[in-house]
Design a protein around this ligand. Sequence first.
Ligand SMILES: Cc1ncc(COP(=O)(O)O)c(C=O)c1O
Length: 369
Amino acid sequence: MKVPFLDLHPQIKSIRTHINAAFARVMESGIFILGKETEGFEQEFARYCGARYCVAVNSGTSALHVALLAHGIRFGDEVITQPNTFVATCEAIAYVGAKPVFADIDPVSHTLDVAGVERAITKKTKAIIPVHLYGNAADMNALLRIARKHNIAIIEDAAQAHGATYRGKTIGSFGNTTCFSFYPSKVLGAYGEGGAVLTNSKKMEKAIRALRDHGQISKHAHEVIGYNYRIQALQAAFLRVKLKHLNSWVALRRKNARTYNALLKSLSANVLLPVERPHSVSSMYAYVIRCRRRNELASYLAKHGIQTQIHYPTPVHLQKAFFHLGYKKGDFPAAERCAKEILSLPMYPELTDGHIRYVASHVKKFYEA
Ligand SMILES: Cc1ncc(COP(=O)(O)O)c(C=O)c1O
């Protein structure tokens, strides 16, 4: 048997007629960038997330970039985030000339350790970017308390957390701005690039709308130097189709996670299963175990047709691109330890029980051997 890490085909098949109709609608309209499809998606996604405004852009990285700009973050400012994230979180901070400052993580949720954040705050700190990694919500109440106390902004990186909840409320409006990616592999993914910023602030929404489209506040009126970060109408139209299925896809991911948990729980001497903090219901973007002899296990599974991934093998503070920040090995023990132990097993809504049983049986055989 072959178990791919991710297979988008069964999902495309299940919604193909609606996707084809969306494609035809955009072709008929002759509007390929922004337009009514984008406005429709923005309204629907804002409503889904419980935020007042949504501005769709052309990637999650662009979403983070314009959110930082709209908050006025610039050269000399510091932005606290976690080192175990996709590099884009930190690149966006660097794009505006600010300095990424790392705090360690809670190794259970893989999200920011609140005490570490508090220790990292200086007079230069202007924002915190919690990453809801793997779909696990960061401890937003605690982070919001710190942000209020120090008068700093919270920009959530929710690239992996569509449909996740924190204390019963959907992720999308806890911080001042929340950024999503619609990269195809995401819980809500486009068929190309896409992203969005959500906010409850009219002022932020206006600033982000302008930044996304060459700084225009109306036709030919360029108030600031902006970017071409516009989303394609086709992607917005596809996302409108897919948004209708988001809750059921998250439910299927969570069901798959429960199946894995049940089959792997006997391996507790070698494998730590994902644990949800009581405040968080994960979107289960990734099913991430922590395990002994991780690299050997990954090779063994690959030999038996099972694809796995590591999200992420090198924390950002140890990436060459960020050496100039002056961090070194040992600075963030929890993040570094997790980076050595984590393994993401195949996870997508359409993964079958047969796939999961096959994966679990090979994880077991590996440790029994
Ligand atoms: C945590 C995180 N932040 C940011 C991004 C960047 O999003 P994009 O690839 O859409 O630019 C991603 C996804 O790739 C991500 O997983």
